[in-house]
Design a protein around this ligand. Structure first.
Ligand code: HEC
Ligand code: HEC
Length: 296
């Protein structure tokens, strides 16, 4: 679990806005929390904004060492005007949902981009696989949706929840700059890449570990999302690839008097490359279907 630690500096209250940027991870890992990352631009490890904000916070307590009106003091003020004021404005622009996400400690269990824990699913692509409607139901009370989940109920204030849901809906893979997704690392075989993809892109969040299924859905037969262990008997590789690419419309209601199922198979065609889809198909046929053979 990667934990973010703040450098220990006292921040002059006037320049608290700058302090928001003191978030470069201590271990030197690239942090999507840099101002650049938050603005949707390419991530830079410990972004430049973070560095100058750090400088501001170091320098300003030192002002007290100099008499008011000395040139050092003026130089310091000028430095703040030039650097910290624009930085503070950027800080106000930062997605409020992202701030709540970090403040509530969601990141300790969930990874977005290169930063976060892994006790819960990677959320880098959660905006593709989950609707806002479902996210609200889930965040309101995770155990009401899935009895045995490890995710605590945060009892979020409605406005906080709204902001977090809006933020999560924007997460469509942009926190993996091109070539940095975990399934594109190293020189590994297609099946292995498919396995990493299955877990990190979040197929696992609905179809369960190794495609064994069991995750809940409402108002569908068995109240569960289907397992993927019998695909080999019903799909050719090309059909399977097409299914993943296109997804499926929301399943029909089992009971016409109840609300429609809130979970449906997303279409992955825009989020994944042709190679990614081949890797997933290879994985599903080779590994996931294997478990079916074992049980025969
Ligand atoms: C103690 C660890 C933990 C914390 C803290 C936590 N979660 Fe979760 N979360 C989980 C687990 C585990 C799951 C997987 C649900 C399951 O299948 O049991 C999950 C699932 C989710 C999902 C659905 C994931 C998907 O892949 O589709 C979302 C969205 C989510 N959490 C958001 C949040 C938010 C927002 C916060 C902070 C308010 C948060 N989580 C805090 C453990 C955690
Ligand atoms: C948000 C939940 C969700 C996610 C995430 C998800 N699926 Fe699905 N998937 C479903 C649901 C629901 C169905 C049933 C759809 C239907 O009515 O056919 C389904 C059906 C399927 C099927 C057809 C199964 C069958 O028996 O015909 C395949 C294959 C599949 N998903 C693969 C994947 C892969 C691969 C991923 C990851 C890239 C993925 N799914 C991610 C919810 C999800």
């Amino acid at each position: 679990m990667t934990k973010r630690s703040r450098p220990k500096v006292t921040i002059n209250p006037i320049f608290r806005g700058c302090g928001i940027f003191l978030e470069s991870p201590a271990d030197g890992a690239a942090g999507p929390s840099s101002a650049a990352g938050a603005m949707g631009a390419k991530q830079s490890p410990a972004g430049g904004a973070g560095n100058s904000a750090f400088f501001c916070a170091r320098v300003f307590p030192m002002q007290r060492l100099f008499k008011c009106g000395t040139w050092v003091n003026h130089a310091c003020r000028l430095f703040v005007l030039i650097n910290c004021v624009p930085l503070s404005l950027l800080a106000f622009d930062r997605n409020p949902g992202q701030k709540f996400f970090d403040a509530a400690g969601c990141r300790s269990c969930h990874r977005i981009g290169n930063l976060g824990g892994n006790a819960g699913p990677d959320l880098t692509l959660v905006g593709i696989r989950r609707s806002k409607e479902w996210l609200h139901v889930w965040l309101k009370n995770p155990k009401a949706w899935k009895k045995n989940t490890l995710m605590p109920n945060f009892r979020l204030a409605p406005k906080t929840q709204e902001a977090i849901v809006n933020y999560l809906s924007t997460l469509q893979g942009q926190d993996y700059p091109p070539g940095t997704a975990p399934w594109h690392q190293g020189n590994i075989a297609s099946i292995e890449r498919g396995q990493i993809l299955y877990n990190k892109a979040g197929c696992v969040a609905c179809h369960g570990p190794q495609g064994k299924g069991g995750h809940p859905n409402n108002n569908v037969p068995g109240n569960a999302i289907p397992a993927l262990t019998k695909l080999i008997t019903t799909y050719t590789p090309d059909e399977l690839k097409l299914k993943i690419m296109r997804g499926a419309p929301p399943p029909g209601k089992q009971n016409p008097d109840e609300i429609s199922p809130l979970v449906f198979m997303p279409s992955w065609g825009n989020a994944l490359t042709n190679q990614d889809l081949d890797d997933l198909t290879n994985y599903l046929f080779a590994k996931v279907a294997e478990t079916t053979n074992e049980s025969w």
